[in-house]
Design a protein around this ligand. Structure first.
Ligand SMILES: Cc1cc2nc3c(=O)[nH]c(=O)nc-3n(C[C@H](O)[C@H](O)[C@H](O)COP(=O)(O)O)c2cc1C
Length: 405
């Protein structure tokens, strides 16, 4: 398994508790064939010794900008030119702030400025630090410049809190890197993807919706973009930032989503329906807020358009991928959906008990197509999105060989 053979990865390590994971990251990058050089900030050396990284990478660790013994005193330029990818893991709040503002006051930040290699950043910090407005502003600046943000993930933190800010696991970081370094997977393809819930208005202040957070769809849109495709995302109301490089159209209701999909579907090679679209909507949205005068209230609901079935029934239908969310008989219902709607691939996920896919950071999927059933085991939605991207690309290329020749 030498997926990263011949690739030069500059691994930047900054001062955070997650620096201990960088040793595993370094070892696993090398196991996959990558050449790794390590640059540590001064703060990072308080958390893990340069000797450990030197032993693992087989090369001296660089941390001094003004190191007299370095080749011609130009370490930063040599390393900047050498790297195919700059990967900073963990990336501290401090280093992220410096990078966002183009500062170059240590070896690592100077290399980033001096290099035109794509930059990947795996943030790791306390959840309150991560959510701070200044921090998020810095992340926005970096995203707008095309920097890839890997995570952070949610969960237990070294500070005792639970929330968003954990560094992604080394394996997840490597999956991202591999996807970026094989951009041909869906290169040149146009993908249309829906995500999030829909909102069906009852009156001006109330509506029917569901628990979809949009996280799976957004992660998938990002992973498909990383695989080289042009991605248009049609999203219901969510609290998520658009993935870098993805063209996002915001809608509210199922009817708006159906209209927007049908207006965009003709240009796409693959359609992925991740959105949790309401099956029904109130027959009438009343203009004024409904008062609570009566003891009971009945709502008449009418069927919404079945977007996936509409797309799959088109004469020149794209390769269609649907998501099935079920609380019971997952395989049976998903298989029915596959055959009745004539979809190419169904990704089924359970929503029961602790394993609920809704608003969770992790998920698992059962993939069903005409050839059978396979399973993608539970992991973060980011990693799952990458795995699913590979599965979609593999099936698409198998069924569309003529288009690619
Ligand atoms: C015990 C300890 C743990 C820390 N953990 C983190 C962390 O996880 N993330 C972070 O952004 N900063 C953390 N810090 C603060 C950074 O080490 C500090 O901001 C430092 O200046 C970062 O410098 P650098 O970005 O040059 O590595 C921690 C500090 C201490 C003392």
């Amino acid at each position: 398994m030498k997926e990263l053979a011949g690739k030069n990865i500059l691994l930047g390590i900054t001062g955070g508790v997650a620096a201990y994971k960088s040793a595993v990251l370094c070892r696993d990058l090398m196991r996959r064939g990558a050449e790794v050089r390590v640059v540590m900030t001064e703060a990072a050396t308080h958390f893990i010794t340069p000797l450990t990284l030197q032993a693992l990478s087989g090369h001296p660790v660089h941390s001094e900008l003004f190191a007299a013994e370095a080749g011609h005193g130009m370490d930063h330029i040599e390393l900047a030119r050498w790297a195919d990818r700059l990967l900073i893991a963990p990336a501290s709040a401090q280093t992220i702030a410096k990078l966002a503002h183009g500062e170059a006051d240590n070896l690592l930040t100077t290399i980033v400025l001096a290099s035109d290699a794509p930059l990947l950043i795996a943030p790791a910090m306390n959840n309150v630090m991560w959510e701070d407005a200044a921090m998020q502003g810095n992340v926005d600046l970096l995203l707008a410049r095309g920097v890839t943000m890997l995570g952070p993930a949610s969960g237990d933190q070294a500070c005792g809190e639970d929330g968003l800010g954990r560094m992604l696991e080394p394996l997840e970081i490597i999956e991202h890197l591999q996807l970026q370094l094989q951009p041909g997977l869906l290169a040149g393809k146009n993908i249309l993807i829906t995500a999030g819930p829909t909102w069906e208005a009852i009156d001006p202040v109330r509506g029917l919706s569901n628990r979809s957070s949009g996280k799976m769809g957004y992660a998938l849109a990002g992973a498909i973009y990383d695989a080289g495709a042009s991605v248009r995302l049609i999203s219901g109301p969510v609290h998520l930032r658009s993935p870098h490089g993805v063209d996002c159209i915001n809608i509210t209701s199922a009817q708006e989503m159906a209209d927007t999909v049908m207006a965009n579907v003709s240009i796409c090679d693959i359609f992925v329906a991740v959105a949790a679209v309401a099956d029904y909507r109130p027959a009438n949205c009343v203009k004024q807020k409904i008062k609570k005068n009566a003891e009971t209230l009945s709502l008449e609901l009418v069927r919404n358009p079945d977007i996936l079935a509409m797309v799959a029934a088109l004469e020149n239908a794209p390769f269609t991928v649907g998501f099935a969310v079920e609380t019971e008989n997952i395989i049976e219902y998903a298989t029915q959906k596959l055959t009745t709607k004539r979809i190419d691939l169904i990704a089924a996920n359970p929503v029961s008990g602790d394993n609920s896919a809704f608003d969770s950071e992790s998920n698992e999927l059962t993939l069903i197509d005409r050839n059978g059933i396979s399973h993608l085991s539970r992991c973060s939605k980011t990693l799952l999105a990458q795995k699913l991207t590979k599965e979609i690309a593999h099936r698409y290329h198998e069924t569309h060989p003529a288009k690619d020749s």
